[in-house]
Design a protein around this ligand. Structure first.
Ligand code: MGD
Ligand code: MGD
Ligand code: MO
Length: 715
């Protein structure tokens, strides 16, 4: 028999900066092999262990393959099969009746995040649908808004540079970044730089895999990064190591900042806040500011998300991204600071999502506060219907016990569109089957490199699974919404969002400094056709040696790097960077620390992608079991032995984990890797049972790692 083999180029859809190119081999309509694209300059043929097994996900026996309707009590996870027409009719009927009731359409809340990063599936017809309906708006703050807002104050956009050019840096600082795990293809770049002589430093309270494999680990106390950055500035100005020419030409407020840090952030004070020694702070400041002299090249700070998840997370990022201006590193390609390259892509999000359809005065619900929203504790009408897609809030949201009790409300109508029966789907009234990346078309930018690429479908949808866009087309038809808003094909949507940038950002957004509007180079898509992106990765139309701020031109109101922010002053806040302690800080909250003295960090286990993949046996096997890493002194004080089960708790909740007594953390800090599905735990919760819905100082972001707990043996 002849074997019909075809290869299809695809893109990994997951929420990860690497956005890998994939090559799928298809035989008789079935995907039989999948590998990293060897021709993708960033992927280089290599996939992470999770996505290397993506076919196991696609063809997993637990896939939801047809619509389901609840039969058991709420939360029981008991369903019967239904049809698409019946499911769509029921959802539309509920939405219509809620919209017509005194509560109005705002009693409907969409809930989505980044289950897929594809432009169409992440946010396009879904947004148009909920905007047209007049549903509550969702502020998607669970991951990145604190840092976005922080960057926006200083730079007017995200801290970015060309990641591939970082091979020419000679000092690379992983600051709150577990790069070896969360950004593995950039870790390769760091290693290439190291072969050429670079030193790798990691600043993290936890001896992460990245910290273990770095030249130097700086075990900072959680939530104190702004203080360290200000201490570094103190040393730089004290020694006169600053690039005065760059400051004079391209920055505002260098003199004010200098006066502030010299007076208020001497090294001994910073040492007391951060838990680092004075020698460590002096040495780090010297390595950083003098890297060109000491190591022969500029420095790059890979500033990531770990350090943002604290009460002062916005200020921490705002402050850290001031450093490259002092060091003069923006002058060099690949140097400076890198948070996210997402704003290098001038996608026409306005066209895709149509914010102009939102009725004036519509309320916004912060997604971090789903617990409050489901318990009627936010202003406006009660949430009576919840539509979840691209997210698994039962596992990923803070204050899990209250999220679950909210989802368990019998009067709440919940729809979940997903590939699997997640913990959230257990609480649904209707579950809709979603396609995986191999079954639909999409278009991808990246937040960790500079290529744009279309994802070509490799196989037909399994069972009755449908892509997100198609679900909202069906719902819009049933609701009687304007066909011209919803009947565009996915290909037309992709073509338009690659098209010339309409720059249709509202004036309010531009002046709010909210960080959601950073302006990418308007011509970066020039000459790039959809057809070219379907054939493979296409580099943005940027100069070869792209260094976005080499000659200033920051998209801030002043056009300069704003070390001093007039906008912040006008908003009634401190115009200069400063240290904002965590909400739950042992130093400033001794009352709370007396009961719960340990700072708990809960990043995802390396074999999970937040809660995605945690339902696959081989991934859970790789993750092992739930552990709690605790310093020997803290363990001894509590009579906790290595390998013993412990209870981790605070006023919000508790979970069980196995103690690993180790010096991977300093005294006062504990780490438990997440994000398990509750159905695979012995206590029906995960680490988010203890986390808080308090938000960050800037951007309204999540504060997962700003979390005081106590630990006791579980015997
Ligand atoms: N394998 C894998 N890769 C992923 C993900 C995943 O779940 N699994 N998630 C993806 C997503 S959505 C994101 S947002 C990114 C996140 O990428 P990262 O930001 O790298 O991820 P985290 O592991 O959350 O945090 C990084 C480190 O910050 C440390 N940290 C915590 N608090 C502080 C602090 O106050 N100061 C400092 N300096 N460090 C602190 C943590 O101990 C952790 O080691 O990764 C993406 N990549
Ligand atoms: N304690 C603690 N909590 C955290 C974090 C932490 O580090 N610690 N990390 C936080 C971070 S950084 C983030 S980004 C959030 C992530 O929160 P979420 O975005 O909710 O992430 P996932 O857990 O990956 O869930 C994504 C879901 O989308 C589904 N999905 C994938 N593709 C599609 C599709 O095409 N259509 C539809 N309809 N569904 C699809 C997947 O099957 C999966 O169930 O979690 C946050 N929560
Ligand atoms: Mo994230």
């Amino acid at each position: 028999m002849r074997r019909e083999l075809a290869t299809v180029t695809a893109v990994c859809p997951h929420d990860c900066p690497d956005t890998c190119g994939m090559v799928v081999t298809v035989e008789a309509g079935r995907a039989v092999a999948l590998r990293g694209d060897p021709d993708h300059p960033f992927t280089r043929g290599f996939l992470c262990q999770k996505v290397a097994n993506y076919l196991d996900r696609v063809y997993h026996p637990d896939r939801v393959l047809h619509p389901l309707r609840r039969v058991g009590p709420k939360g029981s996870g008991r369903f019967e099969r239904t049809t698409w027409p019946d499911a769509v009719r029921e959802i539309a009927a509920r939405f219509k009746s809620i919209a017509a009731s005194p509560d109005g359409p705002q009693a409907v809340l969409p809930y989505s995040y980044a289950g897929t990063m594809g432009k169409l599936m992440y946010g396009s017809l879904d947004r148009r649908f909920f905007h047209r309906l007049g549903a509550s708006l969702l502020d998607r703050t669970i991951c990145a808004t604190a840092g976005a807002a922080g960057c926006d104050v200083t730079l007017g956009t995200r801290a970015m540079t060309d990641p591939e050019a970082a091979v020419d840096c000679r000092l690379i600082v992983n600051w709150g970044s577990n790069t070896a795990v969360t950004n593995t293809h950039f870790w390769r770049v760091e290693h290439e730089a190291r072969k050429r002589g670079a030193k790798i430093v990691t600043i993290d309270p936890y001896q992460s895999p990245t910290a273990k494999r770095s030249d130097w680990w700086l075990p900072i106390r959680p939530g104190t990064d702004a203080a360290l950055a200000l201490g570094v500035m103190h040393v730089i100005f004290r020694e006169g190591w600053q690039d005065q020419a760059y400051l004079d030409a391209h920055c505002v407020g260098a003199a004010e900042l200098r006066a502030r840090v010299l007076a208020e952030y001497p090294v001994d004070r910073v040492s007391g806040i951060t838990g680092l020694t004075g020698e460590e702070i002096e040495k780090f400041a010297q390595d950083y500011a003098r890297s060109k002299h000491l190591f022969g090249g500029p420095a790059l700070i890979r500033v990531n998300y770990g350090l943002q998840r604290h009460g002062g997370g916005g200020m921490a990022v705002r402050t850290i991204v001031c450093l490259p201006a002092l060091a003069g590193d923006w002058r060099h390609p690949g140097a400076g600071a890198l948070l996210s390259t997402s704003k290098a892509y001038p996608f026409d999000d306005h066209y895709l999502t149509r914010p102009d359809l939102v009725p004036p005065g519509t309320r916004t619900v912060n997604m971090v506060q789903l617990a409050e929203a489901l318990h009627g504790e936010v202003s406006g009408p009660p949430v009576r219907a919840l539509f979840v897609y691209n997210s698994n809030p039962a596992a990923v949201c803070p204050d899990q016990s209250r999220v679950l009790s909210g989802l368990a409300r019998e009067d709440l109508f919940t729809v979940v569109h997903d590939q699997f029966r997640t913990d959230t789907a257990d609480y649904a009234d209707i579950v809709l089957p979603a396609t995986t990346q191999l079954e639909h078309f999409d278009l991808h930018g990246s937040y960790g490199h500079l290529y744009v690429q279309a994802n070509n479908p490799a196989i037909a949808p399994l069972g009755e699974a449908k892509p997100n866009t198609e679900v909202f087309r069906l719902l819009a038809r049933e609701m009687g919404f304007e066909p011209e808003l919803f009947e565009e094909t996915d290909e037309e949507l992709a073509r338009r969002c690659l098209g010339s940038w309409t720059a249709a950002v509202s004036a309010a957004e531009l002046s709010s400094g909210s960080g959601r509007d950073g302006r990418g180079p308007g011509n970066a898509f020039d000459g790039i056709t959809l057809e070219a992106t379907e054939a493979g990765p296409v580099r943005l139309n940027l100069p070869r040696n792209w260094a976005p701020f080499a000659d200033g031109r920051f998209p801030t109101p002043s056009g300069k790097c704003e070390l001093y922010s007039e906008r912040e002053a006008r908003a009634g806040r401190d115009p200069l960077p400063h240290y904002v302690p965590p909400h739950e800080d042992p130093q400033t909250r001794p009352d709370l620390a007396a009961k719960y003295p340990l700072q708990l960090l809960t990043p995802p286990a390396p074999s999970f992608l937040n809660s995605t993949f945690a339902n696959l046996d081989q991934q859970r096997k790789a993750a092992g079991e739930r552990t709690l890493e605790i310093h020997p002194d803290d363990a001894a004080r509590r009579g906790v032995a290595d390998g013993e089960m412990v209870r981790v708790f605070n006023g919000r909740g508790r979970f069980r984990a196995r103690a690993v007594v180790a010096e991977t953390v300093k005294p006062g800090v504990v780490v438990s890797l997440g994000l398990w599905w509750r159905r695979w735990t012995d206590d029906g919760v995960n680490c988010n049972a203890t986390t808080s819905t308090a938000t960050t100082d800037l951007g309204g972001g999540a504060t997962f790692f700003d979390n005081l707990v106590e630990v006791e043996p579980a015997r």
